[in-house]
Design a protein around this ligand. Structure first.
Ligand SMILES: Nc1ncnc2c1ncn2[C@@H]1O[C@H](COP(=O)(O)OP(=O)(O)O)[C@@H](O)[C@H]1O
Ligand SMILES: [Mg+2]
Length: 253
């Protein structure tokens, strides 16, 4: 009898999804390496128009350019589900619009000013244009901690839970803010929830995830900033994508 054993290697879900996607694209004669991620449509796309207002001015024309980010966008768009396909009560979802479901996450890392945030908003725009009813939230880690501090009229717990559960989250500049036990706990709860529920998240960071042999001892890495528990979850859920190049902001100046 042909029985699978626990020790047998299983392909990662994302690999299987990628294969399915590649097969579908091949059926339609589309080469995923060259197909544009944002459709070249002369018609305005209402969802994209609405999303534009929430995107910082510098990133309003962004489109994913890195092949790994473009591949991720396709995986997430392909696995987005129609609300009625999942829910017993179809009225809970807007019929006809797909919703982002579960899927892998991205960790965009590299020096300052080389286009990580640009790429991340490019991915958000592409998913919106692909017709996914994208409920998304974008924040830097520093803004998140600042917003979470107690103020009258704001329930930080409610806020964290809302951000934890949002279908698509961009958490920008992880590891850049000053840390404390409290910020570590917030980061841990957020990352842990999203890891356990496989909720697509784009993380960006200026720091290399872990220390490489050739790195100087005094240079910080993400692991030092967020701790082992968070780093372990990040490595389980994310495709790391390294960005290299020079600071575009300096170039422009
Ligand atoms: N591919 C790109 N095309 C045009 N402008 C870009 C591109 N990538 C980055 N930029 C611009 O360069 C600046 C720095 O990019 P940003 O994504 O903010 O860097 P990082 O997040 O890596 O620090 C921004 O003003 C952004 O709009
Ligand atoms: Mg940035």
């Amino acid at each position: 009898m042909n029985r699978a054993r626990l020790s047998d290697p299983l392909p990662a879900v994302s690999d299987r999804l990628r294969e399915r996607l590649a097969a579908r694209l091949a059926e339609r004669g589309i080469d995923p390496a060259t197909a544009p991620v944002l459709p070249n449509s002369p018609e305005p796309i209402p969802a994209l128009e609405a999303a534009q207002k929430r995107i910082p001015y510098a990133y309003r024309d962004a489109a994913p350019q890195h092949p790994q980010v473009a591949a991720w966008v396709r995986t997430i768009a392909e696995t987005a589900v129609a609300p009625a396909a999942e829910d017993l009560n179809a009225a809970w979802g807007r019929p006809g619009r797909r919703r982002i479901a579960h899927g892998p996450s991205l960790l965009l890392w590299g020096g300052t000013g080389i286009g990580k945030t640009h790429e991340a908003y490019g991915a958000v725009r592409a998913l919106t244009a692909a017709g996914c009813g994208v409920e998304w939230h974008a924040t830097t880690a520093a803004d998140l901690y600042a917003e979470m501090r107690y103020r009258s009229g704001v329930d930080p717990e409610h806020m964290l839970r809302r951000i934890m559960r949002v279908p698509l989250l961009l958490l920008d500049d992880l590891g850049a803010a000053k840390t404390s036990e409290w910020t570590e706990e917030i980061t841990f709860r957020l990352v842990n929830w999203r890891c356990q529920n496989r909720l697509p998240t784009i993380f960006t960071t200026n720091l290399p995830p872990v220390r490489a042999h050739h790195m100087e001892k005094h240079l910080p890495v993400l692991r030092d900033k967020v701790g082992d528990r968070v780093l372990s979850r990040l490595s389980g859920m994310c495709t790391p994508v390294e960005f290299t190049g020079t600071d575009r902001r300096f170039q422009r100046a």
